[in-house]
Design a protein around this ligand. Structure first.
Ligand SMILES: C[C@@](CO)(OP(=O)(O)O)[C@H](O)COP(=O)(O)OP(=O)(O)OC[C@H]1O[C@@H](n2ccc(N)nc2=O)[C@H](O)[C@@H]1O
Ligand SMILES: Nc1ncnc2c1ncn2[C@@H]1O[C@H](COP(=O)(O)OP(=O)(O)O)[C@@H](O)[C@H]1O
Length: 306
């Protein structure tokens, strides 16, 4: 039986993010990323023509204009690069938007992965090139998992971490614009200039204390200047005495790391603040990138794939 494709595209957190320079209108970063078990679901069916239609569902994503939707751009770039037919795409959103959790990059990468599976495109290097052209985080999102990234985010070095970590996320309603956050950073560059080595080493060795010492985000301060809720969220997380806490990406979400599932759930239960709180865990998605699809194709759709 032939199936259309369905992929889970996971959110990320930046466990560590340092700005090391600038080039070509972008900032150079040294960041440690981890996928977490919050994901958008991308379902793809083939079309007879070369069009790409994307239907968004949930969290207000229905209001994203198609010409601004990274998932549409990804689908169109795929058709053009590999000369395939188009696709009808449904995206079910669960990744909060504008939160620094990488939702639009996850959708773009999810579309590339799903269309590659649909049209049997195996050239991962070409896919990575397409992803990099779509956004700084999109190349990482193709594979996800634990990774250290450099350049503007396109140089991806997977980290062989074995542990599963427990996070409490606080999710302010309003987001932070990524470009504005980097601009704000330039007004007061981070003197501390941490690097991501401690964090990465902590992940490799499974040394939780070392990992926590490496948790850091140079974009935390500018994000808090742009959105007052970011600082409130950080202050609230600090009260639970987590092992570490920080903003993810350019915000507005902040996360705290806990040593156990139990402590993490306890903090969520005790939290009385104004933000939505959510427990999440790190996840290594590589092995499960294309799970079985729940819906079958019609005879007509099957012919399109022959
Ligand atoms: C901050 C980070 C950290 O992982 O994540 P988010 O908060 O967006 O999730 C990323 O660097 C965001 O990556 P991404 O969201 O793909 O950004 P892009 O679409 O490529 O760029 C949006 C804008 O952000 C600025 N930008 C982005 C990346 C970078 N390394 N330097 C930059 O200066 C540029 O002004 C660019 O025009
Ligand atoms: N498929 C998409 N899903 C979510 N946001 C998208 C998408 N395409 C474009 N956007 C735009 O990108 C902005 C940033 O979204 P998102 O990736 O969720 O945040 P962040 O960059 O902070 O991780 C949103 O405000 C939205 O307008």
């Amino acid at each position: 039986m032939v199936f259309a494709k369905k992929v889970k595209s996971y959110a990320k957190v930046n466990l560590s993010l340092n700005v090391t320079g600038a080039a070509g209108g972008y900032h150079l970063i040294d960041s440690v990323l981890a996928s977490i078990d919050i994901y958008d679901t991308v379902c793809v069916k083939p079309r007879g023509d070369r069009l790409v239609n994307v239907y968004m569902h949930g969290l207000g994503s229905e209001n994203i204009l198609p010409e601004r939707n990274n998932a549409v751009r990804a689908g169109e770039a795929f058709v053009s690069a590999f000369s395939t037919k188009g696709a009808d795409i449904e995206i079910y959103k669960d990744i909060p938007m504008g939160a620094g959790l990488g939702g639009s990059s996850a959708d773009a990468a999810g579309v590339l992965n799903a269309m590659a599976a649909l049209y049997k495109v195996t050239d991962r290097a070409a896919l990575k090139g397409l992803a990099d052209a779509l956004g700084s985080d999109t190349g990482y999102m193709l594979g996800g998992g634990f990774a250290r990234v450099a350049g503007r985010g396109e140089r991806v070095f997977p980290i062989p971490a074995k542990e599963r970590y427990h996070l409490l996320l606080l999710l302010p309603k309003s987001g932070v614009d990524t470009a504005a956050c980097y601009k704000k950073y330039d007004e007061a560059p981070d003197e501390k200039r941490n690097d991501a080595e401690t964090c990465a080493s902590g992940l490799v060795s499974g040394d939780f204390q070392m990992l926590c010492r490496g948790v850091y985000n140079a974009l935390g301060a500018p994000a808090a200047k742009l959105n007052g809720d970011v600082q409130t969220a950080l202050d609230e997380l600090a009260k639970f005495s987590p092992a570490a806490y920080a903003v993810t990406g350019s915000g507005s979400a902040a996360f705290a790391l806990f040593e156990s599932e139990e402590l993490c759930r306890w903090a969520k239960k005790e939290y009385r603040g104004k933000f939505r709180a959510r427990v999440a865990h790190t996840v290594t998605p590589r092995a499960k990138r294309t799970p079985q699809n729940p819906f079958s194709l019609s005879e007509e759709e099957k012919k399109l794939l022959e």
